[in-house]
Design a protein around this ligand. Structure first.
Ligand code: SF4
Length: 293
């Protein structure tokens, strides 16, 4: 009898992949709810069923894929709730603080549950570029959103990938030098091809514009007005990029260590801290010995 009910229950789960609620069970199974509850408890213990707490306070159930059943086996209701909250957060992930607020559990309990779910490879922690690279939690197979990773210009540890940025900047500079004058869409087409060949990642328009801007700030390319017909008709951005004619002179005063020195205020000629005794200042003078100011 219970095996027959279990099969009927799982068939009904397959019919409603988004979740099976009490009303569906009552109508679809035609059995007493005490018997159904026994089947549910049994399936939960075996890791074959996922509980979902709906916003209207009702509960629904979903069958777990056979390959994931081992991962869910033996989890308690608290573990399932945290898993569900993380699942709901999607590819933006959930902060520990949010999990605490939404579940009402203590921090210690949440930390313990997160460890269990991480060890079972049901969730993963991802450093988010928002809020100082704090960790957010998302389902193990979820691809983090661009808001979390920062896009292609960030490395795996969510800090700027300086080497990658330098290579892409060099490509932009060389491309503009070779072509003479190009607009952003030309740079995009070229750079996306290069980026995909090099890393199989694709650069977004914001990434490319940010890179182009840094090449401008470096003084390697500059903007000019696009007077071609397409631009005048509003079908192009109206801006072209060309190699710069003016090279930006290096200002060695910018490299002085005093500019961001934490003891600048108490540094004086005759003080305990003074330029005469300062190793950083001496290093700066050594580097600039041969240069004119
Ligand atoms: S001389 Fe040295 S200690 Fe004094 S302000 Fe400059 S960096 Fe700081």
């Amino acid at each position: 009898m219970s095996e027959e009910l279990e099969n009927k229950f799982l068939e009904l789960c397959a019919k409603y992949p988004a979740g099976l609620n009490q009303q569906m069970m009552e109508m679809g199974l035609g059995h007493k709810m005490e018997d159904v509850a026994k089947v549910i408890n049994n399936l939960l213990k075996q890791g074959r069923l996922l509980i979902h707490q709906n916003p209207d306070e009702t509960t629904s159930y979903r069958e777990v894929n056979p390959e994931d059943q081992m991962k869910f086996r033996g989890l308690g209701a608290e573990d399932f709730l945290i898993y569900q909250l993380i699942e709901t957060s999607g590819n933006n992930g959930a902060w520990t603080r949010e999990l605490k607020q939404q579940s009402g559990y203590q921090q210690v309990q949440i930390t313990k549950i997160l460890k269990i779910l991480e060890n079972r490879k049901l969730i993963k922690a991802v450093k988010s570029i928002q809020s100082g690279r704090k960790k957010v939690y998302m389902l193990y197979n979820m691809e983090p959103s661009r808001d979390v990773t920062g896009g292609t210009l960030y490395g795996g540890d969510q800090s700027y990938d300086h080497q990658y940025i330098q290579i892409m900047k060099m490509h932009i500079k060389t491309f503009v030098e070779n072509k003479g004058a190009v607009d952003l869409s030309d740079i995009m087409t070229y750079l996306r091809k290069v980026a995909e060949e090099a890393t199989s990642q694709s650069l977004g328009p914001e990434d490319i514009q940010a890179l182009v801007n840094t090449v401008i700030y470096d003084g390697d390319i500059e903007e000019m007005r696009d007077t071609r017909m397409g631009a005048l008709m509003g079908r192009r951005s109206g801006i072209l990029y060309k190699p710069t004619k003016t090279s930006i002179p290096v200002n060695n005063f910018c490299n002085m260590p005093c500019g961001n020195c934490p003891v600048f205020e108490i540094c004086s000629d005759d003080g305990i801290i003074s330029p005469k005794k300062c190793v950083y200042f001496q290093q700066f003078l050594d580097q600039t010995d041969d240069l004119d100011f």
